[in-house]
Ligand binder design. Structure first.
Ligand SMILES: Cc1cc2nc3c(=O)[nH]c(=O)nc-3n(C[C@H](O)[C@H](O)[C@H](O)COP(=O)(O)OP(=O)(O)OC[C@H]3O[C@@H](n4cnc5c(N)ncnc54)[C@H](O)[C@@H]3O)c2cc1C
Length: 374
C-alpha cells in the first residue's frame, strides 16, 4: 500500500511529535512514524525541566532560541489543554542553580555575567543570591547552600503528560500516527521523498528526521548529517510528600504529584540503559540532602537511567538538505524545554519550506568533519 501526505515526520518522541503537531495544525497532512519500544527514548526518561539559565554560554543564538521556547510554552500548554483536556503541569516560577561552595558560587557568577554580556541588547535577567536570599525563596535549604543564581525564565512540566498531550492533539487535528513503524531506508529527490515503514510506502514533498539517536543513521539517506551520540543521565525519585519546593533547581524539583526528582548526572556509557552506577546515585543523593536536609527522610521509590541525544558541542542541530530541498533534521538534548519552539517556531519554518538565515548556526555544517565529508 502507498500513501501520499504533505509531510513525513520520523520519530514520535518529544521532538518529532511537537513538530508533527505544529505541521498538522497549520494544515499540512502529516504522518508520524515511530520505531516503537525497542528504540532508545529520551522522551520517556527525562527530568522535566523547562530550563533557560544554563543554556547558551558562548552560543547566544541558543540562549535566544531557548528563551523563545520558554516564552512559547504557556501558549502551547493552553492550546494542548483546550484541545485535549490534558494538562502538561507547566509551572514557570523562575528557577535556582544552587552552589554548595564559595568556589562554585564564584564560577557561577562569572558564567551568568558572561551570559548577560553575550546576550547584548536581547538582555538576560538574573540575580546572584546569598544563602539567606535563597532561604527566603526556598524554605528548608541546608546550611551547605552558599548561594545560587536565579533567573525568572525557568520552570518545569510533566514530560509524560506533555508527550501524551502532543500525541493526542496531533491525532485529533487529523494527523496519522503509526507506531511500530521503524524507517530503515528511503528515497530522496528535491521535494519528493519516500520511506517504507509499518508495511506501507509513504510519499511526501517534506520529510523531517526527528528520530533522536536514530537520526545518526537516517540523516545520510536524505543528504543530511546528524552526528549525535548518547550521553547517559540517571534520575532518582522519592515517595510523594506535601508541597515543599516552590520552584525547581537545576538538579532537584518537586512534581505536581508530590515526588521529589533528583537528576542531572552525565556519563559516557554507550547505549547502556540497563545498568546504573551506584557511586553516581550516591553523589546525586548526597548533594540533594546537603541542599535540602529533609530529603533524607524520604524513601527513594524509583531510579532509572536514560540517554540524552548529544551533538559534539551539546547544541541542537536543525538543518535542511542542500541537495534535497524539503528534507530537515531536528535533534536536541532539551526536548521538554524546546517543545514550545518546535511546535510554534520551527514547524512554521518547515511549513514555509525552508529554515531562515538565523537558523544557520544550528546547521550540522558547523562541524568540520561534516563540512569535509560534504
Ligand atoms: C536523564 C535525562 C534527563 C533529561 N532532562 C531534561 C530536562 O530536564 N529538560 C529537557 O528539556 N530535556 C531533558 N532531557 C532531554 C530530553 O529528554 C530529550 O531532548 C528529548 O526527549 C529528545 O527527544 P527526541 O524526540 O529527539 O528523542 P527520543 O525521545 O529518543 O525519541 C526518538 C524517537 O524516534 C524513534 N525512532 C528512532 N529511530 C527510528 C527510526 N529509524 N524510524 C522510526 N522511528 C525511530 C524512537 O522510537 C523514539 O520514539 C533529558 C534527557 C535525559 C536522558
Amino acid at each position: 500500500m502507498s500513501r501520499t501526505q504533505d509531510a513525513i515526520v520520523v520519530g514520535g518522541g518529544l521532538v518529532g511529535t511537537a513538530i508533527a503537531y505544529g505541521l498538522q495544525k497549520r494544515g499540512l497532512s502529516t504522518v508520524l512514524l515511530d520505531e516503537g519500544d525497542v528504540a532508545h527514548r529520551a522522551s520517556r526518561g527525562n527530568f522535566g525541566l523547562v530550563w533557560v539559565q544554563t543554556k547558551g554560554l558562548g552560543a547566544p543564538h541558543y540562549q535566544r532560541w531557548t528563551r523563545g521556547s520558554a516564552a512559547a510554552w504557556p501558549g502551547l500548554a493552553e492550546d494542548l489543554s483546550a484541545r485535549t483536556g490534558i494538562g502538561t503541569g507547566l509551572h514557570q516560577p523562575g528557577g535556582l542553580h544552587l552552589c554548595l561552595s564559595e568556589d562554585e558560587l564564584e564560577r557561577r557568577a562569572a558564567t551568568m555575567a558572561r551570559m548577560q554580556r553575550e546576550a547584548g541588547n536581547f538582555g538576560f535577567e538574573y540575580r546572584m543570591l546569598t544563602h539567606s536570599e535563597v532561604a527566603e525563596r526556598m524554605p528548608g535549604i541546608g546550611r551547605s547552600v552558599v548561594g545560587a543564581s536565579w533567573t525568572p525564565y525557568d520552570g518545569h512540566a510533566s514530560p509524560l503528560h506533555l508527550l501524551r498531550a502532543l500525541h493526542t492533539a496531533f491525532r485529533e487535528a487529523g494527523g496519522l500516527y503509526l507506531p511500530n513503524a521503524g524507517v530503515a531506508e528511503g528515497t530522496a529527490a528535491p521535494h519528493d521523498f519516500s520511506v517504507e515503514a509499518g508495511g506501507q510506502r509513504h510519499h511526501a514533498p517534506r520529510i523531517v528526521l526527528a528520530a533522536g539517536l536514530g537520526n545518526a543513521a537516517l540523516a545520510p539517506l536524505f543528504g543530511l548529517a546528524a552526528p549525535v551520540r548518547p550521553e547517559r543521565g540517571q534520575i532518582l525519585v522519592t515517595e510523594r510528600t506535601r508541597p515543599l519546593l516552590p520552584m525547581p533547581t537545576t538538579t532537584i524539583r518537586q512534581t505536581g504529584e508530590g515526588s521529589v526528582m533528583i537528576g542531572d548526572s552525565k556519563e559516557e556509557a554507550g547505549f547502556d540503559t540497563q545498568t546504573q552506577t551506584p557511586e553516581i546515585m550516591r553523589a546525586m543523593a548526597r548533594r540533594a540532602v546537603l541542599s535540602f536536609p529533609w530529603i533524607a527522610e524520604l524513601n527513594i521509590v524509583r531510579a532509572w537511567s536514560a540517554l540524552r541525544v548529544m551533538a559534539p558541542d551539546g547544541l541542537p542541530i536543525y538543518d535542511q538538505a542542500e541537495r534535497f530541498p524539503g528534507a530537515f533534521t531536528a535533534n536536541c538534548h532539551s526536548g521538554v524545554t524546546l517543545a514550545g519552539a518546535h511546535a510554534e517556531i520551527l514547524a512554521p519554518m518547515i511549513v514555509a519550506g525552508e529554515l531562515p538565515a538565523e537558523m544557520a548556526p544550528f546547521s550540522a555544517r558547523r562541524f568540520e568533519h561534516v563540512r569535509n565529508a560534504a
